[in-house]
Design a protein around this ligand. Structure first.
Ligand code: ATP
Ligand code: MG
Length: 224
C-alpha cells in the first residue's frame, strides 16, 4: 500500500498511555494541539489543531506495521518494539530521531533468593519467559547461556512466581512492579526510549509537510 495522496493529512501513529502523554509536549513544541484524549473519547483517529496532521491510536507493537505499510506516514515506538519488529521485517523503516521519551530499560529479573549467577556459571539451561523473544535470544547468545524461551504477551512478573520460568526479560522503569512481586533485577540488557519512525515513500513524497515536524521534534527532544 502506498502513502495517501499529497493533499490528505499526514498521519502519525502512536499508542495511548505513556507514549501518547509524552508525545503531547513534542507536538506542542511543533505548534500542534491535541484537544481530545484517546482514553475519554475512545476515538482511534484524532484530529489536531493542524488540519494537515491527524493521529491514529494503535497498539504499541502495531505502530511499526502501520508505518511500514504506509497507512501512517510516521509513528512513535519504543526501541523494544522496533527491535522485535526488525527481526521479522528487516530494513523497512527509517528511524531518524531518538525522542528521549518513555524511557526505561530492558532487563533480566529473577525471584528473590534465586542464585542467577550460580545458575549461569554452572551452565544450567535457564527457562526465560518474555514478550521480547528476539532481544532475549540475542542477549543470552552473546553471554553463551543456554535458554529455553517462553513467549508471553503480558504480566511476565508472574512467571517465576508460579514456576513457569527461572527468569524474565522485561521492561523496568522504577522497579516498583518487580519489588511488589518479590523479584530482583540481576542484569540490564539495554536502555530503552522511543524513536520517531518514518515511512520511506512518505519521506520522499511528503517531505515538505513532514520536514518541519521532524525538525521541531528533533529540537524538542534534544532538550530532554
Ligand atoms: P500493550 O499494552 O498494547 O500490550 P505495551 O504494554 O508494550 O503494549 P505500553 O505499556 O503502553 O504498551 O508501553 C508502550 C511502550 O512504552 C513500550 O514499548 C516501551 O517502549 C515503553 N514502556 C513500557 N514500559 C515502560 C515503563 N515502565 N516505563 C517507561 N516506558 C515504558
Ligand atoms: Mg503495558
Amino acid at each position: 500500500m502506498s502513502p495517501a495522496s499529497a493533499t490528505a493529512p499526514l498521519t502519525l501513529a502512536l499508542s495511548k498511555g505513556r507514549i501518547f502523554e509524552e508525545t503531547l509536549p513534542l507536538l506542542e513544541a511543533a505548534g500542534v494541539h491535541v484537544t481530545e484524549s484517546p482514553e475519554s473519547s475512545r476515538k482511534l483517529i484524532l484530529p489536531t489543531s493542524d488540519p494537515g496532521l491527524r493521529l491514529i491510536i494503535v497498539r504499541a507493537s502495531d505502530v511499526p506495521t502501520y508505518v511500514q505499510y504506509g497507512a501512517a506516514d510516521f509513528g512513535i515506538a519504543g526501541k523494544d518494539v522496533l527491535f522485535e519488529h526488525a527481526a521479522q521485517h528487516p530494513g523497512g523503516l527509517y528511524q531518524p530521531i531518538d525522542l528521549n521519551i518513555a524511557k526505561c530499560r530492558l532487563c533480566v529479573a529473577v525471584r528473590q533468593g534465586f542464585d542467577y549467577q550460580a545458575a549461569v556459571s554452572q551452565g544450567s539451561r535457564l527457562r526465560v519467559a518474555t514478550k521480547y523473544v528476539q532481544a532475549a535470544r540475542e542477549h543470552f547468545a552473546r553471554k553463551g547461556v543456554y535458554v529455553d524461551l517462553i513467549k508471553l504477551y503480558g504480566s511476565m512478573e508472574l512467571a517465576p512466581l508460579v514456576g513457569l520460568a527461572d527468569a524474565i526479560v522485561d521492561l523496568v522503569s522504577t522497579g516498583g512492579t518487580l519489588k511488589a512481586n518479590n523479584l530482583v533485577e540481576v542484569e540490564e540488557i539495554v536502555d530503552i526510549s522511543s524513536r520517531l519512525i518514518v515511512n520511506q515513500a512518505s519521506l520522499k513524497t511528503r517531505a515538505a509537510a513532514l520536514q518541519p515536524l521532524l525538525d521541531a521534534f528533533a529540537r524538542a527532544s534534544a532538550d530532554k
